[in-house]
Every structure is written in structure tokens, then in C-alpha cells.
Design a protein around this ligand. Structure first.
Ligand code: ADP
Ligand code: ADP
Ligand code: ZN
Length: 215
């Protein structure tokens, strides 16, 4: 199965992707995570991407399309994968169609997670992750069972993203509505767009996604 989790920054894509990866064995492909790894490793791509990311703007299409095109060819993606944060504009969506056709596979579903802007800002400002395994948490909505200890790996160090500040979040939301939301009609026309209410609690959203995928 190949699915896209679609939605604005803070909608809960990564949170649901981590759950689906565990429950359904689909590989989570997050362009945001891949770009942050490239920035940390100071690769050529990473150096080009960093300023755009810090400014809340999209990284250039050739970089992200190149990263995804390479990644989906790997053996671990043969059993299916889940795209989180890609595509983010119509050109990326078209490039994805070409890549999938070359691999002889097709998209099963695009799941749009709808969340009001005010809630997005709250989610993003409380977001943090385990520094060791990247498991996602939130200051009030999703705390580790034992305070200060990662549920997933037992790690005790956590990190916050550079771009999760109020000023950059406003820019990222603008980019979403200007560049990314126009991808929705592209998938609606193909008849594969589904919607879930991302305002619900994490477990309820997960149940809605399960229901959509079970059809
Ligand atoms: P995205 O990948 O779409 O940017 P995340 O999955 O990182 O979003 O979620 C943003 C923040 O909101 C995280 O701190 C996460 O723990 C929290 N969160 C995710 N889904 C929900 C939800 N349904 N209700 C409340 N908080 C949530
Ligand atoms: P969020 O879900 O909170 O918006 P991501 O981790 O998906 O954050 O993305 C963080 C940043 O990485 C984006 O603001 C953008 O600069 C860059 N980025 C991630 N995915 C893409 C993409 N598909 N195209 C262009 N830029 C991207
Ligand atoms: Zn961890």
C-alpha cells in the first residue's frame, strides 16, 4: 500500500505516520525528517536546504524530488510506504506520479487531515521529539508515560525544531495555503482523496484513518 498523509504543519501527520508504521508495517518517508538529517550531516543538499527551512519556505523541488525518487527504490519500500510532507506543490505531485509509474506501482489513498489554524499553532509550539529515536511528543497533549523518558527507546534527551517558533510557523502556514493546498484538487480529480477530522484526539484520528484504509 502507498499512501500520502496530507495536511498543514502541525496537523498530526508525523504522529499518525509513526503509528501506521508500527501497526501496518508501512515505511514512513518524511521529507522534513530527511532534510533535517541532511542539514545535521552538513551534506551538499543540507546546506542548500537550511536557509529555506529556517525561513519557513519550501526547499527547491529538484532537491526533494531527488531525495524521494532515490528513497522509494530501496528494498525496504517494496512492502509499501507512507509519504509525510511530500508532495507539497503540484509539480511535486506530478513528479511523484512519474516515479510511481516507473516503479510500476500506484497510489492507494491521499488522506487529508483538517485542523484549524489556531490549534496548529498550539500543536507546533508544544511539539518536541526524542533526540535518539525521533518519537514525537507534545508539552500537554502527548507526554511520555514517565516524565523525561522516551516511551519508545528509554532515551532521556529531547529536542525542539528551529522552525517551530511563532514567526516561522505563520510563514509555513502561508506557504501551505498558497502552494500545498492546491494539490488537493489534483488528487480529488483522481478519486483518491479522503478526509479525516484532525481536530479529534490522536486515537480517534488513528481510528478514522484505519477506517479509510480498510475500505
Ligand atoms: P505534522 O507532522 O503534521 O507537522 P505532528 O505529528 O508533529 O504534526 O504533530 C504536531 C504536534 O501536535 C506534536 O507535538 C503532536 O504530539 C501533537 N499532536 C498530533 N496529533 C494530535 C492530536 N490529534 N491532538 C492533539 N495533539 C496532537
Ligand atoms: P511540518 O509538517 O511541520 O510543516 P516538515 O517537517 O514536513 O514540517 O517540513 C519542515 C520544512 O522542510 C518545511 O517548512 C520546508 O522548508 C521543508 N520541506 C519538507 N518537505 C518539503 C517538500 N516536500 N518540499 C519542499 N520543502 C519541504
Ligand atoms: Zn526515543
Amino acid at each position: 500500500m502507498i499512501i500520502i498523509l496530507f495536511g498543514p504543519p502541525g496537523a498530526g501527520k508525523g504522529t499518525q505516520a509513526q503509528r501506521i508504521e508500527k501497526s501496518k508495517g508501512l515505511i514512513q518517508l518524511s521529507t522534513g525528517d530527511m532534510l533535517r538529517a541532511a542539514v545535521a550531516a552538513q551534506t551538499h543538499y543540507g546546506q542548500k536546504a537550511k536557509d529555506k527551512m529556517d525561513a519557513g519556505q519550501l526547499v527547491s523541488d529538484d532537491i526533494v524530488i531527488g531525495i524521494i525518487a532515490d528513497r522509494i527504490k530501496a528494498d525496504d519500500c517494496k512492502g509499501g510506504f507512507l509519504l509525510d510532507g511530500f508532495p507539497r506543490n503540484v509539480a511535486q505531485a506530478q513528479a511523484l506520479d512519474v516515479m510511481l509509474a516507473e516503479e510500476g506501482v500506484k497510489l492507494d489513498a491521499v488522506i487529508e487531515m483538517k485542523v484549524d489554524d489556531a490549534v496548529l499553532v498550539d500543536r507546533i509550539s508544544g511539539r518536541y521529539t526524542c533526540a535518539k529515536c525521533n518519537e514525537g511528543y507534545h508539552d500537554t497533549n502527548l507526554k511520555p508515560v514517565v516524565e523525561g523518558v522516551c516511551d519508545n527507546c528509554g532515551g532521556t534527551e529531547f529536542k525542539r525544531r528551529n522552525d517551530d517558533n511563532a514567526e516561522t510557523v505563520a510563514k509555513r502556514l502561508k506557504e501551505y495555503y498558497a502552494q500545498t493546498a492546491p494539490v488537493l484538487p489534483y488528487y480529488a480529480e483522481k478519486g483518491i482523496l479522503q478526509q479525516v477530522n484532525g481536530m479529534n484526539a490522536i486515537d480517534e484520528v488513528a481510528a478514522q484513518i484505519d477506517a479509510v484504509l480498510a475500505v
